[in-house]
Design a protein around this ligand. Structure first.
Ligand code: UDP
Length: 479
């Protein structure tokens, strides 16, 4: 059918590679496997708003909403808070766009990303099913649910903190310091936003989560029960969405050619996502640790943070981060290491036969991508929900080792420093040690689970088919 006649799914993307890439992959699947037309809507106004990846099928349209002003927000506002506000202020132009799409094609569903839940009432107004896309774990959504439940059992206006430690289905026990910052303090602005967002999620028709059964089995069961009891909308584990673009990104071929020259399973891949930043001291320790380990490495070096923040989207993107490496480091390691500034084609690096292990900030996409390629992780969480992801990878799934950070009395307000000896020890253990061997084997098991989830009768494939069938049925078009 010509794509004008196809039922249309509109997806709302919040900025950041970790959100855009999996949403783009979802859009591609809806178009190529399920017969929908798809439009991805992006928001403008943040300096670091990245472009959508190239290589989207022509049938996926993209629209950028006009920029809104957000420069009145406090400088130290959390990134999530800024995103929520950016999207709230863009709602009028979003409404106009949706109405105009709706006049030419049947609107099958609105799919706002996690931070775009402010669009839920708009979907209700238009009578369109609304499925929130969660680029993160089900565990994240579980935390949000708990916050809402806690508050709704309390006296009006009274906020309460989550208990400590927080016991999570699946046996994880989280300290307050393991929770994302907004969850740690019930008096913060971000906590109130969580509460509002969490309440809106309850009114969604469903959630599409970028996870799969074997990544979070206890959570999938937990949410299945909640949906049966009618206490929360159904959460469909439809991932992992791994954006496997084969187009040439800048600098990609030089990196892949270098990998081609390395022996199988010999390279330590080091990367901290699109926003992770280390201090200058930590950069020095990491470099010295890699050097001391004697392993081959591919390190995506980002500008160090000079103000102690571990999250630095778009800061210093024009500067040369390699200039901050210790003196002589590049020279001394040139025959076994490659340091590249800012960005590498991660999915292709992880699936390259030369890659052995991943030193990672444990962003959820990175966690899924390493699962999909069977690569075990040295967990190095920095911000957002990364500590929780690290706990899941290390504690529940057993596919990661975690280097010890210098003790600072349990207070995590400032960055802990991982000393060079700990870097080298963790890397060498995961490459060659006995413990490391067990971790490596479990990573291979998890890779097989990813393959099963996407096989003909696999859990993720079936879940996405269910959702697509519901959307079509609601339009009255059958299949
Ligand atoms: N990524 C990449 N090259 C890099 C760093 C990141 O391709 O050098 C991609 C990575 O494959 C992942 C996304 O960017 O898909 C980052 O998402 P993640 O959730 O891991 O971390 P975030 O950037 O959101 O902290």
């Amino acid at each position: 059918a010509p794509s004008a006649a196809r039922p249309h799914v509109v997806l709302l993307a919040s900025p950041g590679a970790g959100h855009l890439l999996p949403l783009a992959e979802l859009a591609r699947l809806l178009v190529e496997h399920h017969g929908f037309a798809a439009t991805i809507v992006t928001f403008s106004g943040l300096s670091d708003t990245e472009a959508l990846p190239s290589g989207l099928p022509a049938s996926v349209s993209t629209v950028a909403l006009p920029a809104v002003k957000i420069d009145d927000l406090p400088d130290d506002a959390l990134r999530g808070s800024v995103l929520v506000e950016l999207i709230r202020r863009s709602l009028p132009s979003l409404g106009t766009l949706l109405r105009s799409i709706g006049t030419t094609t049947p609107l099958a569903a609105l799919v706002p990303d996690l931070f775009c839940s402010a669009a839920l009432p708009l979907a209700a107004e238009l009578g369109v099913p609304c499925y929130v896309f969660v680029p993160s774990s089900l565990t994240m959504i579980y935390l949000m649910r708990r916050v809402v439940e806690l508050h709704d059992d309390a006296a009006p206006g009274e906020y309460r903190d989550l208990s400590e430690p927080l016991e999570i289905p699946g046996g994880l026990s989280l300290r307050r310091a393991d929770l994302p910052v907004p969850y740690r303090d019930c008096n913060g602005l971000a906590y109130a936003q969580l509460l509002r967002g969490g309440r809106r999620y309850r009114r969604a028709d469903g959630l599409l989560t970028n996870t799969f059964y074997e990544m979070e089995p206890a959570m999938v069961e937990e949410f299945r029960q909640a949906a049966e009891q009618g206490t929360f909308p159904p959460a469909f584990p439809v991932g992992p969405f791994v954006w496997s673009n084969s187009d040439d990104e800048a600098g990609a071929s030089a990196i892949l050619e270098w990998l081609d020259r390395q022996p199988a399973r010999s390279v330590v891949y080091v990367a901290f996502g699109s926003g992770g930043a280390l201090s200058v001291e930590q950069t020095t320790e990491l470099a010295a640790g890699l050097e001391a380990s004697s392993q081959r490495f591919l390190w995506v070096v980002r500008m160090p943070s000079l103000d102690g923040r571990t999250c630095a989207f778009g800061i210093g993107d024009d500067d040369n981060p390699l200039a901050w490496l210790p003196e002589g480091f590049l020279e001394r390691t040139r025959d076994r290491g490659l340091a590249v500034p800012a960005w590498a084609p991660q999915v292709r690096v992880l699936s390259h036969p030369a890659t052995a292990i991943f030193v990672s900030h444990c962003g959820w996409n990175s966690a899924l991508e390493s699962a999909a390629s069977g690569v075990p992780t040295v967990a190095w969480p920095l911000y957002a929900e990364q500590r929780m992801n690290a706990a899941l990878l290390e504690g529940t799934l057993g596919v990661a080792l975690r280097p010890r950070a210098r003790e600072d009395g349990g207070v995590v307000a400032r960055e802990e420093v991982v000393a060079r000896e700990e870097v080298a020890a963790a890397v060498n253990e995961l490459m060659e040690g006995e413990n490391g061997r067990a971790v490596r084997r479990r990573a291979e098991d998890l890779q097989r689970a990813v393959a099963r989830a996407w096989s003909t009768d696999g859990s993720s494939r079936r879940a996405l088919e269910d959702v697509a069938a519901k959307w079509k049925a609601a339009l009255g078009g059958g299949t």
